[in-house]
Write a protein that binds this ligand. Structure first.
Ligand SMILES: Cc1cc2nc3c(=O)[nH]c(=O)nc-3n(C[C@H](O)[C@H](O)[C@H](O)COP(=O)(O)OP(=O)(O)OC[C@H]3O[C@@H](n4cnc5c(N)ncnc54)[C@H](O)[C@@H]3O)c2cc1C
Length: 390
């Protein structure tokens, strides 16, 4: 079904799904898989389901996945070419769907979309694309009533929403004085394409995360790199196992989001690892961190100590934030900018689950979160007599 619908043709009447999943990356696909296992059928089976269908007790469970991409792969479609299957951390299998071995030098942006596409075909997931959701609102004051999901393919009414929109579409772009006067090139991690564009240049890499170090290492092979971070980067000297340190990290992030803190970056919890590329950068002398510059000038940056460094390119490897602007009409955020969570559920809004968020911002976490969100929503809907379709 994926890609087969004329998604751009906006429907004039509301369509209905018991659950709308937003996003079809690892998290959204996991949710789709588990919805099927809980007896949710495709909401696309009928050409134009009317708004009155599927509302009351005894109603069947149906779902749809709305995804902004043109084709399968989620954010992996956009990762830079040199991020290969050998240099990604580890991509967990989608639920019960084994990844065929691929040449480790294959770009992840080719291998993973192909793998996702095979999963979507195998499961016949009801995915509409390219469809971007612009807002989610409450239909009325009934706390167990419908949600209205506004999208580029018209409006959907749903009893619940599972959000799996990731972070890629919401890059963090800090602002520094004089930035607009810079005559060189500025780009973000997500715009990084390949090494060639940096050959022989003087490049400022800003940021202390995993992507910053990967890109810094690559660029330092062909260019002069100056590395800027706000805080002194901390490299983990001890090992990291999923069973011990991994669990501790997940517990820490879970506690933070349950307290309503904004979800932090991965390395703010795990610290940096001495990966082969970090070691290579260090050997090359590229891992000499400088404190953040204080201003940007037309031909370079003003260092913290007042000296000037000539720079041709600034790479903002400054990370991403969860892409949640479509929930703004619901006022879910607190004054700290966080959303208080209970597991995958928004504490104040049981109809909305966020997956691939907080502790589930990894391929394995996304898998589990999809499973947990669906199990909880199935129980929630059962209380209103919404029953499995098969
Ligand atoms: C450079 C990089 C490398 C990484 N490497 C690893 C790794 O090796 N292993 C690992 O476990 N994790 C890794 N991660 C973390 C990774 O992002 C997650 O593990 C996982 O891929 C995220 O899946 P997701 O489904 O949450 O999001 P995504 O893959 O980002 O999917 C979100 C989907 O939602 C869609 N979408 C967004 N907004 C809307 C909207 N408003 N309406 C409709 N659709 C929308 C997007 O188009 C996209 O298709 C990496 C992250 C980055 C940035």
């Amino acid at each position: 079904m994926s890609g087969a619908e004329p998604a751009a043709a906006a429907a004039s009447v509301d369509r209905r799904a018991t659950v709308v999943v937003i996003g079809a990356g690892q998290a959204g696909l996991s949710a789709g898989y588990h919805l099927q296992r809980h007896g949710f059928a495709s909401a696309l089976a009928d050409a134009e389901p009317s708004v009155d269908a599927d509302a009351g007790p005894g109603a069947p469970r149906i779902f749809v996945v709305l995804d902004a991409e043109r084709a399968p792969g989620g954010a992996w479609r956009h990762r830079w070419a040199s991020l290969t299957m050998a240099t990604v951390n580890h991509i967990f299998d989608l639920p019960r769907f084994h990844q065929e071995p691929v040449d480790p030098s294959t770009p992840s942006r080719e291998a993973i979309p192909a793998y996702f596409a095979a999963f979507e075909r195998e499961r016949s997931l009801p995915i509409l694309r390219p469809v971007r959701v612009s807002s989610v609102r409450r239909a009325d004051d009934d706390p167990r009533g419908d949600l209205l999901v506004e999208s580029t393919a018209g409006r959907w009414r749903a009893r619940a929403v599972i959000n799996a929109t990731g972070t890629w579409t919401n890059p963090v772009l800090p602002h520094y004085p004089g930035q607009e006067t810079f005559l060189g090139r500025q780009l973000h991690t997500r715009d990084y394409v390949s090494l060639d564009e940096f050959a022989g240049r003087r490049v400022a890499v800003v940021g202390g995360g995993i992507s910053a170090i990967q890109q810094l290492e690559e660029i330092s092979r062909v260019a002069h790199v100056a590395w800027y971070t706000r805080r002194e980067p901390v490299f983990r000297e001890a090992g990291f196992t999923p069973e011990v340190e991994g669990r501790e990290t997940i517990a820490e992030v879970t506690a933070a989001v349950e307290a309503g803190e904004p979800a932090g970056s991965v390395v703010s919890y795990t610290q940096l690892a001495w990966t082969p590329y970090a070691l290579a950068a260090r050997r090359r002398g590229a891992l000499e961190r400088r404190p953040m510059f204080t201003a940007i000038e037309p031909h370079g940056v003003r260092e913290a100590d007042g000296t000037f460094t000539t720079i041709d390119v600034i790479l903002w490897a400054t990370g991403f934030r969860p892409a949640l602007a479509h929930f703004d009409p619901l006022g879910l955020r607190n004054e700290r900018g966080g959303i208080e969570m209970r597991g995958t559920r928004v504490a104040a809004e049981p109809r909305i689950h966020l997956i691939g968020y907080g502790p589930s911002q990894s391929t394995v976490g996304a898998n589990r979160a999809g499973r947990d969100a669906v199990a909880e929503l199935a129980r929630y809907l059962e209380q209103d007599g919404v029953v499995p379709t098969h």
